[in-house]
Design a protein around this ligand. Structure first.
Ligand SMILES: [Zn+2]
Length: 263
């Protein structure tokens, strides 16, 4: 059985040291391995991950273009990585930008409302969702809080409700089991047909809590994610297998394959 990581990050070699330093400064979190393409490939080999979906973050609109250009320049030479595109509501003509990504074969985009300082239910974001829907693309979004409490909490689960209601056919992945450290409000984002939930950064909340969140969501909607390089993929794989037993196959493989339409 193969393991798919639906939530990994990597950066160009010259950008990585800056990202590493910024995350230490803002969130007090040191990466365990280099967050480069090479670092990711190595971590995948060690942990038995056969495919990683890379989720590039643009914290500002003006970075969207350069991040996506970097991805376009490397993605053909990495068969074990599936790159989503970066997006931000202050990108130049976000509707058109998403349609361009679709034309280039991108399967989805990643958004991070907290770091990008925007509400996911804003008018500008709705233009992005419109383009995603029309092009049958997937929205991966950060949900919930951060490693250190964040204010205002743009990505609170309540801010996604009108998105799901306005775009019922849009396939959305809410990271961190529906909202990092906002699990008390998980009910707000349950019960939507096309919403999925990844396990990134959620392995250390306690076995019972983890199992119970997966049960409340319904295991068919859960996708395995690591948040590499800020979480050790081998630890995440072993933990998921230990806590979910045979059902882990769904989270590792069956569900992500279904969502991505892979054979
Ligand atoms: Zn992440």
């Amino acid at each position: 059985m193969s393991v798919i990581d639906f939530h990994a990050h990597c950066y160009p070699g010259d950008v990585w040291p800056k990202v590493d330093a910024a995350i230490v400064k803002n969130y007090n979190k040191k990466a365990e391995s280099p967050g480069t393409v090479e670092g990711l490939s190595k971590a995948m080999n060690v942990s038995g991950i056969s495919l990683s979906v890379v989720q590039p973050v643009a914290n500002q609109g003006k970075h969207v273009d350069s991040v996506n250009k970097w991805i376009e320049s490397i993605r053909d030479s990495h068969n074990d990585l599936l790159f989503f595109g970066a997006m931000h509501p202050e990108a130049q003509e976000p509707y058109q930008a998403v349609c361009d990504l679709a034309r280039k074969g991108f399967r989805g985009i990643k958004m991070q409302p907290n770091a990008g300082k925007y509400y996911p239910n804003s008018e500008e974001c709705f233009k992005i969702y419109q383009a995603l829907s029309e092009n049958d693309m997937i929205l991966m979004t950060h949900a919930g809080d951060e490693l250190l409490p964040y204010s205002p909490l743009y990505a609170h689960p309540k801010n996604f409700v009108s998105v799901f209601e306005s775009f019922p056919d849009l396939r959305v992945v809410l990271a961190h089991l529906g909202g990092y450290k906002t699990w008390q409000d998980l009910d707000m984002v349950l019960g939507y047909k096309n919403v999925y939930y990844d396990t990134a950064m959620s392995c250390e909340i306690g076995d019972e809590e983890f199992r119970s969140l997966v049960e409340r969501i319904g295991i068919d909607k859960v996708l395995f994610g690591t948040d590499f390089p800020w979480y050790n993929p081998k630890k995440a794989v072993d933990y998921t297998r230990k806590v979910l037993g045979e059902k882990a196959d769904k989270v590792f493989c069956v569900n992500p394959r279904g969502l991505l339409g892979l054979e």
